[in-house]
Write a protein that binds this ligand. Sequence first.
Ligand SMILES: Nc1ncnc2c1ncn2[C@@H]1O[C@H](COP(=O)(O)OP(=O)(O)OP(=O)(O)O)[C@@H](O)[C@H]1O
Ligand SMILES: [Mg+2]
Length: 272
Amino acid sequence: MSKNPAVMSTPDRASNPPLEVHDLTVAYDQKPVLWDIDFELPDGSLTAIVGPNGAGKSTLIKAAMGLIPASSGYTLIYGKPLDKQRQLVAYVPQRESVDWNFPISVMDVVLMGRYPHLRLFQRPRREDREIAMSVLAEMGMDAYHKRQISQLSGGQQQRVFLARALAQDANIYLLDEPLAGVDAATEEVIFTKMKELRDGGKAVVVVHHDLQSVPGNFDRAMLLNLRMVASGPVAEIFTDENLQKTYGGRLNILSQMIEESRQQRFVREADS
Ligand SMILES: Nc1ncnc2c1ncn2[C@@H]1O[C@H](COP(=O)(O)OP(=O)(O)OP(=O)(O)O)[C@@H](O)[C@H]1O
Ligand SMILES: [Mg+2]
């Protein structure tokens, strides 16, 4: 895949993190839904954003990308303002926010990922179509390239949207619940790809609901509930206390996870 020229011409890449968000506050109708958020992400990282429904996870991603207005705050990409670096950020929106009945083929969705590499009004080139087919193949979706997106299953739609993000050949990937409602096979494909991106030096951020699979799959986490409760390496911040703060103290999540895995082990041992 071609190297993104915008990356190569960025002189401060080595000394600045791929993504920094500072002092971010967002309000809808005067009511704050995100309050004074600060974080930085390193290259080659896989970060889970977790928090209850309505915690502001989607808002955080959208505001960090400048897709919705913020009351205050700013985003830097490799130390530079977002506007000049937007093409380095790929975004997969939450399933619910997409109009899946929109009349567009799988190929055309994935080609949208190539637009940042084209001049204004330039049509996709043969090279762009080849890249689109190759990322579709990586997602196991190349046979569906002529299909309308309305005629795919939920898991297939997620794979196609991930393919669009891959086609962009970005450095930062912001994925809003890419694993919601997908089957085990699709989950495996998507997890494998996210880890591959991380191992290739990309910063990958994933809104994720399955707390149990965070410690085994992610390096870092952000625990969000209006405020950033904690942000950093999973091994340091994924504690019962922080999870209780995030989920309002209603859940004793880690103890529950430990208890469940103990029970599973007990069942397995009893079976054998
Ligand atoms: N366009 C909007 N107008 C008004 N309020 C909104 C809007 N979008 C989101 N909100 C509110 O902002 C808060 C945060 O919403 P957001 O979608 O970011 O939560 P989330 O953490 O992504 O939740 P979920 O887990 O359900 O996806 C919620 O209280 C929500 O009702
Ligand atoms: Mg959301």
